[in-house]
Design a protein around this ligand. Structure first.
Ligand code: FE
Length: 203
C-alpha cells in the first residue's frame, strides 16, 4: 500500500467562521464540500483542536469563505497559524463583513461565501463531521478557487526564501508550515493542518 495515494486527492481551502456568545473566530479548513443538491447541504470536517470547532458545535451555524488564488500567505497565517483560544482573530481585522446570519465572512482573497446551519454532527474522534443546510450564499469574485495544490506551489513561501535568518527549520510535509528552533518538540502539532511532529522534515 502506498500512503502517498492520499496526496492525489484534491481539496479546496476555506476560512471557516463561527460565533457564540459574542465571541467570533475563524480557522482554515480544506474539508468543505457539497453533499446533496436538493436540499442543498454541505459537509465540513473540523479538527477538535480548533477553537472554531467549539463555536460551530455550540452555535450550530457557520460560514465558509472560499479562498481564491489571489489569497495572500498572510491570510493563511492569520487564520491558520494562531489559535482563536488565545487571539481574537477579528480584533482589528478589516477584510471581513457580517452576513445575514450575523457571522463574519472574509472579503479579501475569497471568491464566495456560504452560510449554513448544522443539521447533524458525527463524532469522528479527532474531528467532528458537520452536515449543514445552506441558508445563504454570495459570489464575491470570479478569481479561481485556490486548491491545496495551488497553495503549495504558489502561495506558501518557498523554503529557500524563508530560511534567511539562519535558525534551523522544520517543515510540515503536509501543509508547508515552517517551525523555527533547534529541536522540534516530539509532541508538536502543526498549527495549520494539525498533523504531528512525525510529519515534519528538517530543512
Ligand atoms: Fe501542517
Amino acid at each position: 500500500m502506498d500512503n502517498k495515494a492520499m496526496y492525489q486527492l484534491t481539496y479546496g481551502l476555506f476560512v471557516l467562521t463561527s460565533c457564540q456568545d459574542g465571541r467570533d473566530s475563524g480557522c482554515i479548513i480544506n474539508t468543505a464540500g457539497q453533499v446533496t443538491a436538493d436540499p442543498n447541504r454541505i459537509s465540513i470536517a473540523v479538527n477538535k483542536a480548533n477553537f472554531t470547532h467549539d463555536l460551530v458545535k455550540a452555535s450550530g451555524k457557520f460560514n465558509i469563505s472560499i479562498l481564491s488564488e489571489d489569497a495572500s500567505f498572510d491570510t493563511f497565517k492569520h487564520f491558520g497559524f494562531q489559535s482563536g483560544r488565545t487571539v481574537d482573530k477579528f480584533d482589528g481585522y478589516a477584510s471581513c463583513k457580517r452576513s445575514k446570519n450575523g457571522l463574519y465572512y472574509v472579503t479579501e482573497g475569497t471568491n464566495a461565501y456560504i452560510s449554513a446551519a448544522v443539521q447533524q454532527s458525527i463524532d469522528l474522534g479527532s474531528h467532528t463531521l458537520f452536515i449543514a443546510a445552506v441558508e445563504d450564499m454570495e459570489v464575491l469574485s470570479h478569481i479561481s478557487s485556490a486548491t491545496y495544490g495551488y497553495y503549495q506551489k504558489h502561495i506558501k513561501p518557498s523554503p529557500e526564501k524563508s530560511q534567511a535568518n539562519g535558525k534551523p527549520q522544520w517543515r510540515c510535509t503536509v501543509c508547508g508550515y515552517i517551525y523555527e528552533g533547534e529541536e522540534l518538540p516530539a509532541d508538536f502539532i502543526c498549527p495549520l493542518c494539525k498533523h504531528p511532529a512525525s510529519d515534519f522534515e528538517k530543512l
